[in-house]
Design a protein around this ligand. Structure first.
Ligand code: SF4
Length: 176
């Protein structure tokens, strides 16, 4: 039987959700028996591949690169999972949303900076007006709250998806 193609993606998050994924410890070996991890911080793929079965997205959509990648992920993934509160609600990245982008960048990169104050533009994707949860830009099949979701919850979700079943997320997770 061919293995399931699993991708994980780190957008505007702190990597805590990926750390929690790694906390499933020895169960990673069981996941690897059933799934090929084809994209994400855990592997070295440069481009998001076609024909992915399940993609776990950590983080909010905060800039143009996040937006483009989320749209590509949606086109190329059978199932998209928003993993963690940043992906589900915007959470920490969305705390900047009440401040206009220009004012925010001025405050961080210009005001009070004594050496070469300058807003970086080279190779830096433009920020969106607001950091938003994944479902505001593409459809999401499953929301897994938590900051981060516990390793046990992630293991439950991934194990059930790999078996082709719908995980019982509500009983395993909570916001925050
Ligand atoms: S949900 Fe929490 S742990 Fe996950 S990326 Fe956001 S801040 Fe980090």
């Amino acid at each position: 039987m061919s293995k399931i193609k699993l991708a994980t993606v780190w957008l505007d998050g702190c990597s805590g959700c990926h750390m929690s994924l790694l906390d499933i410890d020895e169960h990673l070996a069981l996941v690897a028996q059933k799934a090929d991890i084809v994209y994400g911080p855990l592997v070295d793929a440069q481009e998001f591949p076609e024909g992915v079965d399940v993609t776990l997205i950590e983080g909010a959509i905060a800039n143009q690169d996040d937006l483009k990648l989320a749209q590509t992920i949606r086109r190329r993934s059978r199932m998209v999972v928003a993993l963690g509160d940043c992906a589900v609600t915007g959470n920490v990245p969305a705390m900047r949303n009440s401040i206009p982008v220009k004012q925010l960048l001025d405050r961080v990169y210009v005001q009070g900076v004594t050496t070469s104050p300058m807003i970086p533009t080279d190779g830096v994707p433009a920020l969106l007006k607001r950091a938003v949860p994944v479902h505001e830009v593409v459809s999401v099949d499953l929301h897994v709250p938590g900051c981060p979701p516990s390793a046990a919850a992630i293991l439950h979700v991934v194990s059930e998806l790999l078996e082709g079943r719908k995980p019982d997320v509500a009983s395993k997770t909570k916001f925050g």
